[in-house]
Design a protein around this ligand. Sequence first.
Ligand code: GAR
Length: 216
Amino acid sequence: MNRRLGVLISGRGSNLQALIEATRDRRLDATIAVVISNREDAQGLARARAAGVETLTISHRGWSSRDDHDRVIVRELRARDVGLVCLAGYMRLVGPPLLEAFPNAILNVHPSLLPAFPGVDAPRQAIEHGVRVSGVTVHFVTSELDNGPIVLQRAVPVLDDDTVETLAARILVEEHKAYPEAVAVVLGGGWRIEDRRFVRSATSASSSLSPLRADS
Ligand code: GAR
């Protein structure tokens, strides 16, 4: 798989920052070709610029349909020869133009152990439900919200005195480790999708327990 990433954001961009740092430290053998935000006030845009990464704002407003917005994003990603799209706090449903342009090549990070607690405010949902364990999921994107084959999950215990904020903060720490790791696994190849399962071949699964670069 082509190792040029397109990162889509809507806000803070801390997962984008984790990807930037992983590529900079050579823990992740990839290049962030472009960061696209649907909001011009997204903090992540400044993070990308500070790292010398090209940024674009493509507002979701003013198009006659969601598909038109998606088509422009596809055009810009293709113009930069992007091979893998990473949603990093991109708070929009991805429509058919993007899904068809990047089949099995769009990843998302979500702050829960999916399929529990999709959508917004996953840590709040976890606290309100009273689960004892939550976590992070990195998964391929499909037309359904926070659905799709799961590449990697990490559990985070819910503590008795957790608030939404403390739980979200601990999950975020795991997100920042899990996302670059999952991107490295996907870029490394040797996997297939069976039904809705992400299956690694025996060699790629056993060759490295840490899927990050051996020289890191
Ligand atoms: C992250 O916690 C990410 O998992 C979540 O939004 C936050 C974005 O933070 N995404 C979702 O909930 C997707 N359904 P960031 O902008 O600092 O990376």
